[in-house]
Design a protein around this ligand. Structure first.
Ligand code: SOE
Length: 377
C-alpha cells in the first residue's frame, strides 16, 4: 500500500477486518506499507498491522512477494505509481479521482487493460447496504421512469479563512478541489444508480483565494503558519446534467456549507416514487411509493441492516448498525474475490475514466459558459 494517512488508515482497516466477516477465496497478507517519512510510515506499519514498510514506492513495486498495490497517496502520485505497478504485473486498487486529468486516466486504463491486470477505483459509497438497496429498487422497476436526480456533497472545513492550505487546495497535487474530491463521488453514485450522463453545464467559485501555509503538524483544520499561499482549486462546484435516459440532474459540492460535515446525499424522483439517502445516516433509505394506499402513503425509512440487505448479514444482527469504514471493507472484499477467482467487479479504471469525463466536461462548460456533451471531451 502506498499512503498511510486518512485513506491509508481506512484501507488498512478494511484489509485487516475483511477476513473476519467475509469468506475469502484467498487470505490477505498485509506485506508492506509505503510513505516518504520513515518515522511516520514505521508507526503506521506497526499500528495498522503491516509486516514491513518502505520509504520508496519504487522498491515496493519491485518486490516479488507482493501481488497487488493499493494507491491512496495524493492524486498527483496515482498515475506514475499505477503505471509502474501495472508494468510489474501487479493488480492495482486506486483512490479517486483516478488521475489529475482525463488524458492521464485514459492512459492508466489503457495500460491496465493491455497488461491484463485487475484494476479498481475506490468509489466506496456504492458498497453501503442502503445504496445497494436503492439500486435494487431502481432496477426492479419500482421507481418507474427516472425524472430527477439531485446530489449534494457538502462539507464545511474551509469556511474558516484561517484553515491552512492543505494539499487538497493545490491544483498540481489534487487536480481540482471539491470537484474531483466530492463531485467525483456524486457522479459515480449517479452513474451506478441511474446510468450515463449525456451533457452538463456548471459553475464554480474559489471564495478564499489565499490561505496560511500549513505547519508540519497542521491537519485539514489545524493552524497554519503566518505565511500565505495561493489556493488554486475550486471551493465549490455545481452543475446541471441531462442523463442519457432522459432524467434531469442537479449536483453541488462545496467545502463552505457551515454545519455540514460530510453531507453526501442523493434524492431520486421516478414516475412511481422517490428515494432519498444521506451518508450521515448511512444505514437508512427513505422511500415513497405512489402505489401505496392514499391514506397510508408517505415517506418511510428502511433500516438497511436486515440480513436480506446486501453485506448487512455479514456483520451483526438486524438493527446493529454499521458505519463509514464498512464501505471500504465491502469494496475490498469484492476486489479480493475478483483477483482470486475472477468474480465480476466494478468500479474499475473504466468507471474512473467515465467519472473523469464528466468532471472534465463540467470544467469545459465553465470555461465556455455553455452546455458540453460528454462525447466532446
Ligand atoms: C475529504 O474531502 C474526503 O475525505 C474525501 O477525500 C473523501 O473521498 C470523502 O469520502 C470524504 O471527504
Amino acid at each position: 500500500m502506498v499512503g498511510y494517512k486518512f485513506m491509508g488508515k481506512a484501507h488498512s482497516h478494511a484489509y485487516k477486518d475483511v477476513g473476519m466477516f467475509f469468506d475469502l477465496e484467498a487470505p490477505v497478507v498485509m506485506k508492506a506499507i509505503c510513505g516518504r517519512d520513515e518515522q511516520g510510515v514505521k508507526e503506521a506499519a506497526d499500528k495498522f498491522g503491516w509486516e514491513s514498510y518502505e520509504t520508496d514506492w519504487k522498491k515496493l513495486v519491485a518486490r516479488d512477494d507482493i501481488d497487488f498495490i493499493d494507491i491512496n497517496a495524493p492524486s498527483d502520485a496515482h498515475k506514475e505509481i499505477a503505471l509502474a505497478a501495472i508494468a510489474a504485473g501487479k493488480h492495482v486498487f486506486c483512490e479517486k479521482p483516478l488521475a489529475l486529468n482525463l488524458a492521464d486516466a485514459r492512459e492508466m486504463l489503457d495500460a491496465a487493460e493491455k497488461a491484463g491486470v485487475k484494476h479498481a477505483i475506490c468509489f466506496n459509497y456504492r458498497f453501503l447496504p442502503a445504496v445497494q438497496l436503492a439500486k435494487q429498487i431502481i432496477e426492479s422497476g419500482k421507481l418507474g421512469e427516472i425524472h430527477h436526480y439531485r446530489a449534494t456533497y457538502l462539507q464545511d472545513w474551509l469556511v474558516d479563512p484561517e484553515s491552512p492550505l492543505a494539499w487538497r487546495l493545490k491544483k498540481e497535487v489534487a487536480g481540482s478541489g471539491t470537484h474531483g474530491d466530492l463531485n467525483a463521488h456524486s457522479i459515480d453514485l449517479a452513474r451506478f444508480l441511474i446510468g450515463e450522463f449525456d451533457r452538463v453545464v456548471g459553475h464554480s467559485r474559489t471564495f478564499v483565494k489565499q490561505r496560511p501555509i500549513p505547519s508540519s503538524t497542521s491537519g485539514l483544520s489545524g493552524k497554519g503558519t503566518s505565511e500565505m499561499g495561493e489556493v488554486t482549486v475550486d471551493d465549490a462546484t455545481g452543475f446541471l446534467a441531462d442523463f442519457k435516459n432522459g432524467a434531469m440532474g442537479v449536483f453541488i459540492a462545496t467545502r463552505f456549507a457551515a454545519g455540514r460535515k460530510n453531507h453526501n446525499t442523493f434524492e431520486i424522483h421516478g414516475s412511481k416514487g422517490t428515494l432519498r439517502w444521506d451518508l450521515e445516516r448511512l444505514n437508512e433509505l427513505e422511500v415513497y411509493f405512489r402505489e401505496d394506499e392514499p391514506e397510508l402513503a408517505g415517506f418511510r425509512t428502511i433500516l438497511a441492516t436486515d440480513p436480506s440487505h446486501k453485506y448487512a448479514g455479514n456483520w451483526w444482527p438486524a438493527g446493529h448498525i454499521i458505519g463509514y469504514e464498512h464501505g471500504f471493507v465491502h469494496i475490498v472484499y469484492e476486489f479480493l474475490q475478483h483477483m482470486a477467482n475472477g468474480s465480476p467487479f466494478a468500479p474499475t479504471f473504466l468507471d474512473g475514466v467515465r467519472c473523469q469525463e464528466v468532471l472534465e466536461a463540467v470544467d469545459l462548460s465553465i470555461e465556455r459558459g455553455k452546455w458540453v456533451g460528454i462525447e466532446e471531451v
